[in-house]
Every structure is written in C-alpha cells, then in structure tokens.
Design a protein around this ligand. Structure first.
Ligand code: FES
Ligand code: FES
Length: 180
C-alpha cells in the first residue's frame, strides 16, 4: 500500500521493466510524468496528454494503457513495461526490426507508442488479422506514415514469430517420431 509521507508526496513501489522502483510522487502526477521526469524514461511521449494519441502507451499489468491517463499512485504494486523494456539500440525487439525493414516510422514521437501497442497485441493475440491490427492500433495517431507500412510491419513481425515458434516439417516429423 502507498503511504502519505510528507509535503503531500506519496511513496509508491512499481516494477518498471522488471526492476523494482520505490519513488515519491504527488497524488496528481500521471504515470507518464513520473516515468519521464522522475525515472528518466523518456521513451513514452506526451503527445496530447488527454488519451487521444497513444504516444504515451505503456503496458500496465499486461494491459495497454495511456500513461497520461493513469495516476502514478494507481500504479502502486503494478508492473509497468515501457518502450525501454521492450528493446534497446543494441538489441532491437523483432517488432522494431520490422518497423525499420518496412520503413514504418518517421519520428520518435509516435513510434514508441505504436511499438508498445503492437507488442501488447502480439502478446495477447500472436496471429492477429489485419482487421485486428488496425483495430488495436486505432488509438495511435501518426500524422505522416499513412498507417499501411505500420500494419504491414506488425503483420510481418507476427508471421516471423509464428514461423519460429511453430515446428517446421522436419522438426514436426522428428517430434512425431519421438512420441511414437
Ligand atoms: Fe497520452 Fe496522447 S499523450 S494519449
Ligand atoms: Fe511519428 Fe508519424 S511517424 S507522427
């Protein structure tokens, strides 16, 4: 449980990208503010600050949320995944590789939110239809790419993940032989 301590600040404990963080915040502060200003995780962006653009997306206890609409105190005891926990410059997530491959990005404001949303989608639905991808990404605004390349990048990332997770013909027949 969080506890009011002094000068109106609240102590909260949050697991951010797998690391337990204890921090002080004001009750009015959004999760986005605390991630960026207190923890220095600036991957989530403040676009609209009212839930319309998806630039601030993070995954909170497995659910995709707009961190500008979540109070930091509401994240007490939760697990938060930001774009920094998904990939890094020297170890890109497969989704990030596909965004690059498909030229599905132009700026750093909207792209982290798209990647986080796509990650949440593929975690929940590894084989989404194009319709589902478009529906899932409907909360993310981009003013320049036209969305088509983004959708194709997510489709391709899903297909690649399925290829590596499903046994190929050789592995499937070996597995069948082993189970006889
Ligand atoms: Fe949160 Fe736009 S900044 S939805
Ligand atoms: Fe960022 Fe379009 S690439 S707004």
């Amino acid at each position: 449980m969080s506890a009011l301590i002094r000068e109106g600040k609240v102590r909260i404990g949050v697991a951010v990208n797998g690391e337990c963080r204890d921090l002080l915040c004001e009750p009015r502060q959004s999760l986005l503010e605390v991630l960026r200003d207190t923890l220095g995780l600036t991957g989530a962006k403040e676009g609209c600050n009212n839930g319309n653009c998806g630039a601030c997306n993070v995954i909170l206890d497995g659910r995709l949320v707009n961190s500008c609409l979540v109070l930091a105190v509401e994240a007490e005891g939760s697990a938060v995944t930001t774009i920094e926990g998904i990939g890094a410059p020297d170890r890109l997530h497969p989704l990030q590789e596909k965004f690059l491959e498909h030229a599905a990005l132009q700026c750093g404001v909207c792209t982290p939110g798209f990647i986080v949303a796509a990650k949440a989608l593929l975690d929940a639905e590894p084989e989404p239809s194009e319709h589902r991808i478009r529906w899932w990404l409907a909360g993310n605004l981009c003013r320049c790419t036209g969305y088509q390349k983004i959708v194709e990048a997510v489709e391709d990332a899903a297909a690649a993940a399925m290829r590596t997770s499903k046994p190929g013909p050789a592995r499937a027949s070996a597995a069948a032989a082993a189970s006889d």
